[in-house]
Design a protein around this ligand. Structure first.
Ligand code: NAP
Length: 281
């Protein structure tokens, strides 16, 4: 019998996780199968205990359950607690243990395009929502010279800095103030949903003052290359879309469930093909 892995969210029909994980389970001849389940908020508790009763090995959690699911878990990893959200759950000795692989996945993906260490870099993150929280927490943990946050609601950015006790190398700004000083950063990350399909003409922050050679990363992958990334590329930036983060967070979850490392390049190829993109971005 195969080990079941679930994905719970609402909606989930668009998710590329099932095709990505099942392809790797097949390639590695592992007795696992991954299936997406559309679970509404008022059915979350039943879904989580149902998966335990049915012997699931683990599951992924996506919008809107990443925070609420924490109430139904037995243990939560320290980094996920600081982030305040869980995207990966593993069954260990009859207990559900929650992790957050989004931030770590982002950092792994970012490192593939950096020419100097994060520890020597000045970073600006746009956003202070769930994804930004994960990315900020993981970058702080991995070590960085300076990391600032810009968000529409500045109070959320300030809370995130307080939560990480990182005032000595972090400040919160409005989007407009950050745009004026964007040339001070080596790495600029969009962790908002601005520019995501169908609102593809919107950009999260002006790149007017961007300096050539800045690393510009947009965690959105639908569209494959956002308008913001296109502008960044035209201004001589080194750009990256959200596929790398998506693949790496999935690879870390895969390791939690199976104890094995998947072929990340193959995962990237599968997701890129599914989204109709090219590997270049
Ligand atoms: P979220 O928790 O809802 O946060 C949304 C963020 O966007 C907040 O900072 C919010 O600002 C900002 N925002 C939204 N609409 C805005 C507007 N009209 N003007 C100004 N700011 C606006 O969402 P999330 O879970 O962090 O996800 C954010 C994006 O990341 C989504 O596009 C998602 O698909 C993507 N994502 C990608 C990956 C990946 O693997 N590549 C993983 C996770 C998420 P306020 O705080 O002021 O509301």
């Amino acid at each position: 019998m195969k080990n079941m892995i679930g994905l719970i969210g609402h909606p989930v029909a668009h998710s590329k996780s099932p095709v990505m994980h099942n392809a790797i389970f097949n390639q590695m001849k592992l007795p696992f199968v991954y299936h997406a389940f559309d679970v509404k908020s008022d059915e979350l508790g039943q879904a989580v205990s149902g998966m335990m009763a049915l012997g699931f090995k683990g599951f992924n959690v996506t919008i809107p359950h990443k925070v609420a699911v924490m109430d139904y878990l037995d243990e939560i990893d320290e980094e996920a607690l600081v982030i305040g959200a869980v995207n990966t759950v593993v069954s260990r000795n009859g207990k559900w243990v929650g992790y957050n692989t989004d931030g770590k996945g982002f950092v792994l993906s970012l490192k593939t395009i950096l020419s100097k260490p994060l520890q020597d870099s000045n970073v600006l993150i746009i956003g202070a929502g769930g994804a930004a929280r994960a990315i900020y927490t993981s970058i702080v943990k991995s070590g960085v010279r300076r990391i600032d946050l810009a968000n529409r609601s500045i109070d959320k950015a300030e809370q995130l800095i307080a939560l990480n006790h990182s005032h000595q190398f972090s400040d919160a700004f409005s989007i407009d103030s950050a745009a004026d000083k964007i040339c001070e950063y080596d790495i600029v990350i969009n962790a908002t949903s601005i520019g995501m399909s169908p609102d593809v003409e919107a950009i999260p922050i002006s790149l007017h003052h961007l300096k050539r050679g800045t690393v510009v990363s947009d965690i959105i992958y639908n569209p494959f290359q956002t308008k913001w990334l296109t502008i960044a590329k035209e201004k001589g930036a080194i750009v990256q879309n959200g596929i790398g983060m998506f693949v790496e967070q999935g690879a870390l979850a895969f390791e939690q469930w199976t104890g094995l490392k998947p072929d990340v390049d193959l995962m990237n190829e599968i997701v890129t093909k599914e989204l109709g993109g090219t590997k270049e971005c």
